[in-house]
Design a protein around this ligand. Structure first.
Ligand code: HEM
Length: 333
């Protein structure tokens, strides 16, 4: 699968740029990687800039939306508040990028951009109507917004945790070494079971989507409380993933809890990093493939030593690192 090639290549470029003994910010490095991979794989563009071109606009727009959603009293839409002006400018940056991508694909039919092509070619099964350019731009913005921070944070948390547990890190290194000395492909994923367990444990303790919501369609009872149709209910994924009733030693980073033997009797609904049901995350396979090949490629070549005890979290919209996540890196022999 071509996506896998972009993923392994992106991770390879990343670690090669690190000097022996360098101190770096894992969050910044992982954001660079995931943006590059998402852009290359599904949008057909190179977003290789050293600076993070979307992080700031993404957060500005997301903070505004999240903040407005929970305010009991909201300023009317037409009032030009400073926050709204900033959010509009951020949104314009995103939409401008989406438009460049779309027009670039229309102008060059050979450009390898599977998602954009799929959106251009799709037609309403009933009316035969294609998506308008504006619809496509909105879809691209959603994919950029949903797929960038989330995967970056997962990878950052996994690397940070491994940087505190060198024994677990060595297990990942041994697993990937056993695959052989060649670029990893999607066919290797079944042989990277422990690497996937590490990512699941990272997603348990640091689920980038800390919660999700559903509109109740019919009345039902929860623990004797009546919930009426039309109520908006929130599922606290972060709280559930750390609930001592559901998990032994919930704050301990222990990828073995996701071994096949330890997982087989677990309730499917207590681990929901990608949500569940018909509206679960559409990018879950892409994200897991990217994170698995990225983590395995980095650990295969590099030893990570985390320099900070804590992983401070902020929730501007999805859950992200609230500060640089410092680590020292060395080539692995
Ligand atoms: C580790 C990375 C990711 C995590 C943790 C994550 C998590 C989630 C969660 C929890 C939801 C809501 C599901 C629900 O309510 O049941 C969601 C929805 C969504 N995600 Fe992801 N996601 C990730 C990566 C991605 C990627 C890479 C893409 C696209 C390339 C993506 C695109 C979407 C979209 C479009 C939706 C909305 C789906 C719908 O409403 O039908 N996500 N994601």
């Amino acid at each position: 699968m071509q996506f896998a090639g972009h993923m392994a290549e992106g991770a390879d470029k990343l670690w090669r740029a690190w000097g022996d003994g360098a101190e770096l910010d894992l969050d910044q490095e992982c954001r660079r990687l995931t943006l590059r991979v998402l852009a290359r794989s599904v949008l057909g563009v190179d977003l290789d800039a050293r600076a993070d071109p979307l992080g700031e606009p993404l957060r500005t727009a997301a903070v505004y939306v999240a903040d407005r959603a929970v305010r009991p009293v909201r300023a009317p839409w037409w009032l030009p508040t400073p926050a709204r002006r900033r959010a509009r400018a951020a949104s314009a940056t995103f939409h401008g990028l989406a438009d460049d991508i779309l027009q670039g694909c229309r102008a060059d039919p050979t450009r390898d951009a599977p998602l954009v092509r799929a959106l251009i070619d799709v037609a309403d099964p009933e009316t035969g109507q294609p998506l308008s350019d504006e619809d496509i731009r909105h879809e691209l913005v959603v994919f950029l917004g949903a797929g960038y921070d989330t995967t970056a944070t997962t990878l950052t948390y996994a690397l940070w945790a491994l940087g505190h547990h060198l024994d677990l890190q060595d297990r990942v290194a041994a697993e990937v070494a056993a695959v052989g000395d060649r670029p990893l492909t999607s066919e290797d994923v079944p042989r990277l079971g422990y690497t996937v367990q590490v990512l699941h444990e990272a997603l348990r303790l640091c689920p980038p989507a800390a919660g999700t919501s559903r509109m109740v369609m019919k009345d039902f009872d929860v623990d004797g409380y009546r919930v009426e149709a039309g109520t908006l209910v929130l599922v606290g994924i972060y709280a559930m993933h750390r609930d001592p009733v559901l998990w032994d030693h919930p704050l301990v980073f222990d990828p073995d809890r996701f071994s096949p033997a330890n997982s087989k009797d677990r309730d499917r609904w207590q681990f929901l990093p990608f949500g569940g049901g018909p509206r679960s995350c559409i990018g879950d396979h892409f994200a897991m493939l990217e994170a698995t090949l990225g983590l395995a490629t980095i650990i295969r070549h590099t030893e990570i030593q985390s320099l900070d005890d804590d992983f401070p979290l902020a929730v501007p919209f999805t859950m992200v690192a609230a500060a640089p996540i410092r680590a020292r890196v060395r080539p692995r022999n």
